[in-house]
Structure formats: C-alpha cells, structure tokens
Design a protein around this ligand. Structure first.
Ligand SMILES: [Zn+2]
Ligand SMILES: [Zn+2]
Ligand SMILES: [Zn+2]
Length: 637
C-alpha cells in the first residue's frame, strides 16, 4: 500500500473543534457503500483489477463461508491457493484455485480454475480464522478510518464481528488500525525521515512560520518546536497571557505535545506554539521556553506578559530564567488536584469540601470571602492552610494577582488539546502537524467569518461575551444609589447589596474600586459604571481594548495557505541542513495499547518521571524498562 499523504481527503470532514464531539463516537454497524465488497462466490473466469483485490475477495469470501486456505504459489503473475485440509486423506478432492495476471486483459487478474465447491466448513474455528489477517481487516476499515481517524480498536472488533460474525483479538485490531494509518500518512519512520523537508515547505508556504528541530547524534530526532505565522501575528492582539501545558501522544512513537495557548477577545482558546518532545521533563520545558523566546519575537517583546501553568519544576525554573520580566501564575485547577492529593495523604475526611473552599478562595475578588474561606480551611486543618500559603497566594489567587492574569484562572488544557488534536493523537508526526494545521485553518476561517457578521450588526464595539457582561452591569448600575463625589476623582457608591465602595478614577485606564473587579478583570464594575453614568462619561472607555471587535478581527486576520504537494518539497541537502532523520528512541510500551483515555499532566506523578536514573543518567524509566538497554524487554527494539 502506497502512502499518498492525502491529508485533504482525510481532514475534509473536520468538525467544529469547540465541541467535544470526538469523544466516544457511537459504534458504527452499518455497511458503508464505499467499503470493499465481498463476492458471494469465487468462480472460474472471474476478473479482478489487481492481485490485492483478488486476495481480499478470496479472503472475505473464505471468512464468510467459514473455510480456510493456504497459499501454495504467490508471485507477481500467479496465485495458487489450496484448502488448508488438503493433506486430509479423507478428503481426496480438496478445493483449489488458480489465478494469473493476464496479458490479454492488459494486466488484469483472472481466475483460471476454482473447485470443487469448498465445503469443509468448520463451525467454530479455534483461535480465530486463519485467513483473517490484520492486512485484511485494514482493507475493510480503511474507508472508515479515513473519516474517523481515532477509530478505536474496540470499534474495529465490533465491526468485524457484525460483518463476519467473528471475534478478532485486540492486538490484531490495533495492528490493522496502525496499518491503515500508515497507508494514509506514510509509515511512522518515513514521517520522521522527511520531517525537515516537510517543515521547510511549511515554513516557505506559510509566511512567518518558525520551527526548530532538535537532534541527537547528528540525525536522530529528539524534539520539534513550531509556531504558524498567522498565530504569531494574531496573538499580539490577544491579552498578554499564555498558558502552557502538555498532553500524551499515542501511536508507535509515543511522545508528548506541549503547547502555549492564548485567549482571544471573546474568551476562545488561541493556540500559539507547539512542540513534540519525548516527555514532560524539566529539560523539555526549558527547551520549549527557550524556543518560544528565541523564535517567537512577539512573546519576548510583550509587555506585562503573564504565563499560567502547573507547578512543574522545569516550567518554574524556565520562566524565571528565560522570561525574567514576565509574571508566572499557577493554574487553579492543577493546584486543586495537587491540594486534593495532599489532603488525602493527610487523611482528611472532607476532601471535596476543603477543595471547594480553596477553589472559591482562589477565584474570588472579594477579600472578605477570601479570608472566610481560608479561615475555614485553617480551622479544619492547619497543615492544609500552611500548604496553600507556602504556594504563594499571589501565584494562585485572583485577589492577589494584580490583574496580571486577566482573570484567566486555568490553562483549559484538555479543551485545547481536544481542539487541535481531535482524532489525531496517534498519527505519524507529519500527520500530527498537519492535523493541527487543518484544525487551525478551520478555526481561523470560522472565527473570521463570525467577526465579520458581528461587525455588520454593529451593536457595539465589543465582542458578544463582553457585551453581555456589560449589559448586565449597566442594568445593575442603574439600580444603585446616586454616587457621591468626594473629590474630582474619588467617589462613594452604595450598591444593591447595600455595600459601600470607593471608586478612584485617575484616567479610564487607571481606575480602581474597593470591590477589586476593575483592577483584576480590566473591565468596569457596577460601581464604576454608576460613577460614569453620574458624571456622563462613556463607560466603554473603561473596558480593555483586548475585548473589542477590532482586536478580535485582527487576531484572526492572518492567512494560511495551501501546503504544496510532496513532489515540490525542497530536496534533502546537507548544506541547507535538510537531512534524513531517524526516528526517536522513545517508543510505545509493549502490551495492550491504550487509546481510549484522555490524559494530561495531572494524571502523572511528576516527581517519578523526573528522577534521574543511576544506570544510564536518563529520565523517566527504571533499569527494567530502559530503552537504551538491550536487555530490557518492555520496549520494542
Ligand atoms: Zn477446505
Ligand atoms: Zn466596584
Ligand atoms: Zn535508562
């Protein structure tokens, strides 16, 4: 089977990425019309396009008849097959079939003789049908895989069962899926081999695109970092916030995808840069940040940059050293998971309750409720309180954040990775990059069409999400008591909850309220809107420019272009550094492959994967699973 790299055909059916519709698709049992057809009979004089079609037909027919055969002769021009019981003395007349490539028929394959009727049916074939190979299964699932790249092994098993009433093993199904993926995208090894040609053509066809391939020993793949030009341009119009996270990849060479993701004006995720590395280690995060700094200038030059991530040691160190002027904040959801583990270790009964208190403390703007939540935790368990204080409240709570994180509390990792990787988690590396490319193309298309519509309606200068909040705030502000001016820039406002707040307005950009909301959200609170109404100022001036339709439009104004076909890719050339690459040394574990569960960094005990091992000074494994040790058994060699 030749790899055609027909990405377009495969990705054409890409759905909306915002929905999580890729999760657990229903098991399909209908027979698709594009599927390879199984003949009801194989007879003398029958003609096939090629040998592969002939073999698939005989295969399918034998399986449906519950009879088995073996190949006697099989070469480029002839095929002879016999009943697998041809040695049985009780059956002197066994079934046989001859077919050959016919010159008269311009190379078509013709069955020259077949018979007598193949009747030695075995009701239950122990150990599965001999002729039901993974190659045969691959032929059958190929049309479905093209539409559904993440087709699961259990779905393949269900499909074969419904069609042939035959149970195949999990490994056979998995192998068939791998074969189908390789037929579409090329083999996993070939995908690494021509990776630099592929990245170079992306770099040339998508202006502004940057990439860096890290090698070991001159030509073995270690890691790749890249960012598409339109993403780089677009991110400048988003809030100066980047969240960083990683997720596991599947497929023959496992690896991990790292990503830096921004947030657009309307609160949508905006992927900026990616890397594929062996695993989330200190070194790989530092390498990622180094590339982000050196290759993506808009990040290096960005004022008030805020990086949100989990507390991975490599990230903490990398941010401090590589982006010293940026502030580093922690993802509240990751912290909650770590807090939960800590509480369990402490033997606390009400783990959920304390976690909720912690989450509320982290996401409130109100200092009184922050204090109340923290007191509650302190009364329940002093150690839990100390644990949170040690983690620096400015790093995890909105209240002490100084407005750096624009009220973005979590990294939204799973949403992002499901969006860009939808169905592509197990593809060869070029397929992975192309999947991200196509998902970004459709994201840009959809959102730039959307903003044109919003601008036509021209209800407001802000994106719908901001407009909604603003309308609510206006309604509430109208019900406030009239503000009292203390001096030209200082006001007293009593709100609906009968709370008194002090509003300070130096300039619209520098306004503060004792409710903390304007400083933290970059968005006017009820009290500021009330003051603006009282002084007849336009309260829109108090909203950050990052929430305008113009910013949103600029974010998605970059243009992606068609990726040229393989025959015009730059050639291998030692002078330009475009060389053949070897696949990485990291590989899938032997054993039942798992593709069903979404995993992210929270599932992994980080400490164990970062320990340096004495026997080979490499990360993430022990002596028995060492991929560099020929005696270890758990890795494919
Ligand atoms: Zn037979
Ligand atoms: Zn306020
Ligand atoms: Zn080792």
């Amino acid at each position: 089977m030749d790899a055609k790299n027909n990405f377009e055909e495969t990705f054409r059916t890409t759905e909306e990425w915002d929905g999580n519709d890729h999760c657990d698709p229903p098991i399909i049992n209908i027979v698709s019309p594009i599927e390879v057809t199984i003949p009801s009979e194989v007879y003398e004089g029958q003609i096939f396009h090629n040998k592969e079609d002939l073999q698939t037909a005989i295969n399918g027919w034998s399986i449906s008849q519950n009879v088995q055969y073996i190949n006697s002769t099989s070469n480029k021009t002839r095929l002879t097959i016999l009943c697998n019981q041809h040695n049985n003395v009780h059956r002197p007349y066994y079934w046989r079939l001859h077919a050959s490539r016919s010159k008269k028929l311009c190379g078509l394959w013709k069955v020259s003789c077949a018979g007598p009727p193949h009747t030695c049916t075995q009701p239950v074939i122990p150990g599965g049908h001999h002729n039901c190979t993974s190659k045969f299964i691959c032929r059958h699932i190929m049309p479905i895989i093209k539409q559904q790249l993440d087709m699961k092994s259990k779905e393949i098993i269900a499909r074969m069962e419904s069609k042939f009433e035959m149970k195949i093993s999990y490994m056979k199904a998995w192998d068939a899926r791998r074969k189908a993926i390789e037929a579409i995208f090329g083999s996993y090894e070939e995908s690494y081999r021509s990776l630099q040609r592929f990245m170079e053509v992306l770099h040339m066809s998508q202006p502004g695109t940057v990439y860096n391939v890290d090698l070991v020993g001159g030509s073995r793949f270690k890691a790749i970092f890249w960012a598409f030009g339109p993403s780089i341009n677009g991110w400048q119009h988003c809030r100066p916030v980047l969240s960083l996270d990683g997720t596991f990849l599947l497929g023959k060479y496992r690896g991990t995808l790292l990503a830096a993701v921004g947030i657009d004006a309307n609160g949508g995720l905006f992927p900026l840069a990616f890397a594929i590395v062996e695993s989330e280690s200190n070194d790989s995060w530092v390498w990622f940040l180094r590339n982000l700094h050196d290759l993506v200038e808009v990040v290096k030059e960005r004022q008030n940059l805020c990086i949100i991530s989990d507390k991975h040691a490599g990230l903490v160190r990398g941010c401090r050293e590589i982006f010293p002027q940026a502030v580093h904040r922690h993802c509240l959801r990751h912290l909650r998971e770590n807090f939960k583990k800590f509480l369990r270790r402490q033997g606390i009964v009400d783990v959920e309750g304390l976690c909720n208190n912690m989450y509320l403390a982290g996401s409130t703007e109100d200092s009184a409720s922050f204090t109340r939540m923290m007191e509650h935790i302190k009364n329940a368990k002093q150690e839990a309180y100390d644990w949170l204080i040690q983690r620096d409240v400015s790093k995890w709570s909105l209240l002490f954040d100084n407005g750096c994180r624009y009220s973005i509390m979590t990294t939204n990792a799973s949403e992002c990775f499901n969006g860009v990787l939808k169905r592509a988690r197990g593809l060869p590396i070029q397929g992975l990059v192309m999947s991200i490319y196509y998902n970004l193309v459709s994201l840009f298309m959809r959102r730039s069409t959307e903003v044109d519509k919003w601008m036509m309606d021209a209800e407001s200068e802000f994106v719908p999400r901001t407009m909604g909040i603003l309308h609510r705030t206006e309604r509430e502000a109208r019900q406030c008591h009239e503000p009292i001016a203390i001096n030209r820039g200082e006001f007293k406002v009593v709100d609906l909850a009968s709370k008194t707040q002090k509003v300070d307005v130096l300039t619209p950009e520098k306004c503060a309220c004792t409710c903390n909301k304007p400083q933290l959200h970059h968005f006017p609170c009820v009290h500021v809107v009330a003051v603006a109404g009282y002084r007849r100022w336009n309260h829109n001036a108090f909203v950050s420019q990052y929430f305008t339709l113009n910013s949103y439009k600029a974010t998605y104004s970059g243009l992606f272009h068609v990726v040229p076909p393989k025959d015009v890719w730059p050639n291998f050339n030692n002078l330009t550094g475009i060389i053949h690459l070897l696949p990485p040394t990291f590989r899938r574990h032997v054993g039942r492959p798992r593709t069903t569960r979404f995993r992210n960094t929270m599932d992994e005990a980080q400490s164990s994967s970062n320990k340096r091992r004495g026997h080979c000074k490499r990360n993430g494994h022990n002596r028995a699973t060492c991929p560099y040790n020929p005696a270890s058994s758990r890795y494919y060699r």
